[in-house]
Design a protein around this ligand. Structure first.
Ligand SMILES: Cc1cc2nc3c(=O)[nH]c(=O)nc-3n(C[C@H](O)[C@H](O)[C@H](O)COP(=O)(O)O)c2cc1C
Length: 180
């Protein structure tokens, strides 16, 4: 698949085949994901890959705030990746004593880039996925026993696509672009 097709045709997938994506392939996907850019190349994103149905069930019942839409996607899932990040690094340049403004959006920014690169990498390997933002980050951290120095950014539910959805609508370039 060429890069343009990859970028244009990746879709959020919410219905999956029963087949599991094996751990070796998940390693390959993370091997590609790790080339995402990050603040000062700190590489703060972490990937917890869950293919244990009991833990996925627990995330569905306790980790998505009872949002039925996400619960039903999780019931279909063959796997779930929890994307987390190491706190307190991005946004500062220790060597130079520089820090970003008091709020630190850069760690979340890094996690977002990493998440999308994970989804694109999965698609490049024939694996479908959907990002979930309607989640309970605290509950998920508890369920997966996340290290104290990390925060949950997003869930990515993944698996082999049952079918490929039609394109989702996008705004016209002229609506979202300014040239000066
Ligand atoms: C930050 C973020 C949070 C999202 N949260 C959810 C979610 O909780 N549940 C869901 O089904 N889809 C979720 N999505 C998927 C979007 O609905 C989807 O990307 C959008 O409708 C465009 O469709 P496409 O990904 O197929 O192009 C999320 C996407 C992003 C980037």
């Amino acid at each position: 698949m060429d890069a343009k097709t990859l970028l244009k045709e990746r879709r959020s997938i919410r219905k999956f085949k029963k087949d599991k994506v094996n751990r070796e392939l998940m390693n390959d996907i993370i091997e590609l994901s790790k080339y995402a850019p990050s603040w000062a190349n700190y590489q703060i994103a972490r990937y917890t890959i869950i293919d244990n149905p009991e833990i996925i069930k627990q995330i569905a019942s306790e980790g998505v705030k009872g949002f039925v839409y996400n619960i039903s996607t999780l019931q279909e899932a063959s796997g779930v990746a929890v994307i987390s990040y190491v706190k307190g690094k991005s946004g500062s340049l220790d060597k130079y004593g520089l820090a970003n403004s008091s709020k630190n959006p850069w760690e979340v920014f890094d996690a977002g880039i990493a998440t999308h690169q994970f989804c694109l990498s999965a698609y490049a390997y024939g694996v479908g996925s959907v990002v979930m933002g309607v989640i309970d980050d605290i509950e998920i951290a508890r369920i997966i026993n996340l290290p104290e120095d990390e925060t949950v950014a997003a869930l990515v539910v993944y698996g082999y696509e049952e079918s490929h959805p039609k394109p989702t609508p996008r705004k016209e370039v002229k609506e979202i672009t300014r040239f000066l």
